[in-house]
Structures are given as C-alpha cells and as structure tokens.
Design a protein around this ligand. Structure first.
Ligand code: NAP
Length: 323
C-alpha cells in the first residue's frame, strides 16, 4: 500500500488554478474552507435561491451560480449528494472548460455510471474517510484526516498531480493519502454502510437492547449496557487496534467477548456479508439509490419516522432529557 504525506507532494499543480466547489453541505463546506485557508482560489457554486448563500458569504468565500462557478474554474469538485450527480453533471457539462479536472469525494457516481465524464476531462477522487465536520476541525487543529485518492481519467497528463495537490490542500496529506480506485473506494464504502458500521452495528445494538428488555431488564439499564458503552470500544480500537483493546479491558469482559463474539457473528454472517458485496458490485445499491431519489426519499422518510417511535429511542430520550 502506498501512503503519501505532505513531504511527498508538490502543491504547485493547484497554484494559480481556481477550484469550484459544487454543494456546500457536509463535505463542501469543510473542503471549501480548508482549500481557502491553504491559499487556493475557491468559488462555491450554489443553485439559485440556495439557503446556504448567506452562510458561505459570511465565511468570506466567493459564491456564484453553479454554471458560472464551473465555467470560471480549472478544477470542479462534485460535493452535492451522490444521487443528484447524474442530473447535476448533465447541467454543468456544457460549462466545463476543455481539459478541466472533475473531482469527487466518493467513487459511486462514476463507478456505477451515473456520471460519464467527457473524454477531455481529468477525473480524480479524493475521499476523506470521515465527515466534513471532523475534516474541518482537524485541519484547524493543524492535523488531517486520512483519505483515499484515485484517478479514473488522465486526459491532460496532470490528473495525478492535481489529485494529490487537492488532497494536500484540504489537509488530508497531513494524515496520509492512500492510493485506491473509484471502484475500490465505492464498493468498500457501500459495503461498510450496509454490512458493518452503519448497517450492522446499530442493528446489533437494537437486538441486544430488545433481548435484555424482553428478559426483564429495565430499558435504561439495557440502553446503558448495549448502547452507552459503544464510544468506549470505538475510542479504544482507534487508539490501540482490536487486539490492543482486548488487552486493556477486564479479564471478565475479555473472556465474555471470546466466548460470545463468534457465537453471534458466525460464518452465516460472513456468507450474508459476501452476498451484500456481490450485490453492491452488481450495482443493485446504486439502482436503489436512484429509485429512492426518484420517489422523493419516501422509504427513508418512513424509516426515520418509525425509528423515532421505537422503545430504544424513547429510552434514549428519557436518559438524554433526564425525564
Ligand atoms: N457526508 C460525509 O461525511 C461524506 C464523507 C465522505 C465523502 N462524502 C461524499 O461527499 C459528497 C457530498 O456529500 P455530503 O454528505 O457533503 O452532501 P450534502 O451535505 O447532502 O450536500 C448538500 C449540499 O448539496 C447542495 N445541492 C443539493 N442539490 C443540489 C443541486 N441540484 N445543485 C447544486 N447543489 C445542490 C445543497 O445545496 P443547498 O445549500 O442549496 O441546499 C447543499 O449545499 C458525496 O459524494 C458524498 O458521498 C460525504
């Protein structure tokens, strides 16, 4: 694995270039501000009537309508939600300069064909491995967030150098830039979202909570046991790795984990994980995302409303309010 840091990277490929950030949400805000603080010429492209305009201007950044921002820039970063990339790219393609660089922070829309960039464009990926809020706060603390980077299309011969300089300017090369590909980043990220951290872990917490409550344990105690300790293990794993985490917990907890962990996460879980990976690679999730966007996010809205009314959420509210 190749990991590049600040000292390995030449910042000059971005010198004198203008970067248009399209979308001022979680990643757009952080990347625009980090680029600006690194001395890069940044314009934030907003749609007409955007609710973000006042905030962007108050932060000292230049704004323009999306097409004008794109037309004025040598580097254009697609930081609107993935599911609108297809429509957004159709809108901006005529304004993209010949030989411009088009950047992404997730490989999904290129890997699964939502965006088919023009042949004259450089197409690169810099995908920070965490939310924009942390990307920004780490940068301000003089640190950085690790990121994956890749080039899908090198039309001008400069795509690799621009991608690395971009990763450096948003602060990620302080922690490290790891070479990947659009396919690897997209597939691994979508797999993790479904099967591990964002899909699997919360369902494990809910199943544990429900089992304890059904067994007569009070919801508050069940919540503190099953959910309240999650941040402790996350912090230990981040600082020491999984083996190191096990070495510092009590013998009681370590033996419990040894006896129980593989009973719960057995081979059948690996089989279903492999199925998820096969489906992701076949583009099934990308199809689901397109359908969801087309329906006005009906399934997500329904799931959000239902989740707020579950016993585990009511318990969280009681503990959080102290009521
Ligand atoms: N969220 C993360 O932690 C994270 C981490 C790594 C990578 N990524 C990737 O970063 C990219 C951006 O994700 P995100 O979570 O930052 O997105 P987000 O917060 O949902 O983006 C919202 C922004 O997109 C703008 N937008 C929405 N539709 C638009 C349109 N049709 N034209 C122009 N702008 C539009 C919104 O404009 P208004 O202000 O006008 O509403 C808003 O500024 C995605 O590719 C994502 O996979 C995200």
């Amino acid at each position: 694995m190749e990991m590049l840091r600040d000292a390995d990277i030449d910042p000059t490929p971005l010198a004198g270039k203008r970067v248009a950030i399209i979308g001022y949400g979680n990643q757009g805000r952080a990347q625009a501000l980090n680029l600006h603080d690194s001395g890069v010429d940044v314009v934030v492209g907003l749609r007409g009537g955007s609710g973000s305009a006042l905030e962007v201007e108050a932060s000292g950044l230049e704004t323009a309508l999306v097409e004008q921002a794109v037309a004025s820039a040598e580097v254009v970063m697609m930081l609107a939600p993935d599911e609108i990339h297809a429509a957004l790219y159709r809108e901006i393609e005529p304004a993209l300069r010949e030989g411009a660089a088009l950047g992404f922070s997730h490989g999904l829309s290129v890997r699964f064909g939502l965006v088919k960039p023009r042949a004259d464009l450089d197409v690169f990926l810099v995908a920070p491995k965490g939310p924009g809020t942390a990307l920004r706060s780490l940068y301000r603390d003089g640190k950085g967030m690790i990121a994956l980077w890749a080039v899908e299309q090198d039309a001008t011969g400069s795509a690799h150098a621009i991608a690395l300089a971009y990763g450096q300017a948003i602060g990620c090369a302080r922690a490290g830039l790891i070479a990947s590909s659009f396919a690897e980043e997209a597939e691994a990220d979508l797999f993790n979202e479904q099967a591990v951290v964002w899909g699997g872990v919360p369902e494990l917490l809910v199943a544990g909570f429900d089992t304890l409550v059904a067994g007569g344990v009070s919801p508050e105690v069940a919540y503190l046991e099953c959910v309240g300790e999650l941040h402790l293990i996350a912090e230990l794993i981040e600082a020491r790795g999984i083996a190191g985490m096990r070495e510092v917990i009590s013998n009681t907890a370590e033996l419990g984990a040894l006896l129980g962990g593989k009973r719960i996460v057995d081979e059948s879980v690996r089989d279903r994980m492999a199925e998820v990976l096969r489906e992701v690679r076949a583009g099934r999730f990308a199809d689901e995302l397109r359908t969801e966007e087309a329906s006005g996010y009906a399934r997500l809205e329904k799931a959000r409303a239902e989740a707020r009314e579950t016993p585990i959420e009511r318990t969280f509210k009681r503990l959080d309010d102290g009521s």
